[in-house]
Ligand binder design. Structure first.
Ligand SMILES: Nc1ncnc2c1ncn2[C@@H]1O[C@H](COP(=O)(O)OP(=O)(O)O)[C@@H](O)[C@H]1O
Ligand SMILES: [Mg+2]
Length: 373
């Protein structure tokens, strides 16, 4: 009797080919034409049934080989042998290529990121340079303005110093002229009157030829005394206007009347309050301003009408003198060596007041001042 040990038989056949030791190779022999589990007579030891595609998609698996199946006849009975290989994941055979691909991708990403950071850095540097340049240009602009302002201030200071020097010289000259005028007035008027009076009085020492002659000599002497008194009054009045003793209001009205009488130019005075007492400094400053303005109108304005307004609030005094004459030329920047307007300005500033003028060619000129009281 022949005892067929299929397991030994299959191992004997397959052993020389080395297939038995191949991992993942499943060899099954059935003693039937179908792969019936009941007829399984041999299975490679250690082979397990794999669950294909249970955890990974089919595309990841290596080109799967179709299972090999062969039928053969043993002692008139059909047997079958099934050989199948366990599919390996795709990576197993392409690990190197995949690694290279991965490294390549990483290198590409790193390279791109580096290039991008370099580009961003360059862009940032560019922006910073533009920003700094703009800042520098701004600072430079302010510096130029600053230097310009400094030069203008220097020039203004130089002009102001020169004006002050001229004004001081002018004041000296005025003082000198005033002294000369007073000396002349005293010499010509008071002096002459006193000489005449002396003659009259000395003639009285002569014995009179008649009472009528005595009377004539006494009348002449009294006349000379009256003239001397009048001369003294004129001299004093020139030194300080006597009308100011009556108050600024009355002094301005008297000055306006005199001006109108002498020039024929209409001069209105508009004062919105009754007479009030002002200290001498303020009254003199405002009165001299009226005198200088009216003198300017006579000499420069060719006006037909003048308007003087004096207003007072609790703590300030406002004065405005306006004419309807030719006004200041458009390009008027102050004439050299003229001191009338500057003199007014100086007096007003000395009283902590403000001084301003308004004028246009052909539209007259207005002088406005305001001083605290
Ligand atoms: N009311 C006015 N109308 C037109 N021009 C005037 C008037 N007042 C002053 N001016 C101009 O301003 C200049 C300066 O005046 P001022 O300082 O008083 O000096 P001055 O009278 O000695 O010339 C005058 O020379 C004149 O050209
Ligand atoms: Mg003048």
């Amino acid at each position: 009797m022949v005892v067929l040990r299929p397991g030994a038989l299959v191992e004997k056949i397959l052993a020389p080919s080395g297939s038995l030791g191949t991992a993942g190779l499943d060899i099954r022999v059935h003693a039937a034409a179908s792969a019936d589990q009941a007829e399984l007579v041999y299975q490679v030891p250690g082979a397990t049934t794999w669950n294909r595609g249970a955890w990974r998609p089919a595309w990841l698996l290596k080109h799967r080989q179709e299972p090999y199946s062969h039928r053969f006849d043993v002692a008139g009975r059909e047997w079958r042998i099934d050989i199948s290989a366990q599919p390996a994941p795709f990576f197993d055979s392409h690990a190197d290529a995949l690694l290279a691909l991965l490294l390549g991708l990483l290198a590409t990403f790193a390279g791109t990121a580096y290039l991008r950071s370099v580009a961003l850095r360059a862009q940032r540097i560019h922006q910073l340079v533009a920003q700094r340049t703009e800042e520098l240009e701004r600072v430079n602009g302010s510096l130029v303005e600053y230097i310009k302002a400094g030069k203008l201030a220097e020039e203004a200071l130089r002009q102001s110093r020169s004006k002050l020097r001229n004004l001081a010289n002018h004041h000296e000259k005025i003082k000198e002229d005033e002294r000369k005028r007073i000396a002349r007035d005293i010499h010509d008027d008071l002096g002459q009157d006193l000489i005449a009076l002396r003659i009259d009085v000395s003639m009285m020492a002569e014995p009179p030829t008649s009472a009528a002659i005595t009377r004539t000599r006494i009348d002449a002497a009294v006349g000379q005394i009256d003239l001397a008194i009048e001369a003294v009054r004129v001299i004093i009045n020139n030194l300080r206007p006597a009308t100011l003793d009556l108050g600024l209001h009355a002094a301005v009205e008297w000055q306006a009347m005199e001006f109108e009488r002498r020039t024929g130019i209409v001069c209105e005075v508009d004062i919105d309050h009754d007479e009030f007492t002002l200290d001498d400094k303020h009254a003199t400053a405002l009165f001299r301003m009226v005198q200088e303005s009216l003198a300017n109108i006579i000499h420069h304005a060719r006006a037909s009408r003048v308007h003087i307004a004096l207003r007072r609030t609790n703590d300030r005094l406002f004065m405005k003198i306006a004419d309807d004459g030719v006004g200041l030329a458009d390009d008027y920047h102050g004439k050299p060596n003229t001191f009338g307007l500057i003199g007014i300005q100086e007096r007003i500033h000395a009283l902590h007041g403000t001084f301003s003028t308004a004028s246009a060619p052909g539209e007259g000129m207005t002088i406005m001042v305001s001083i605290p009281i």
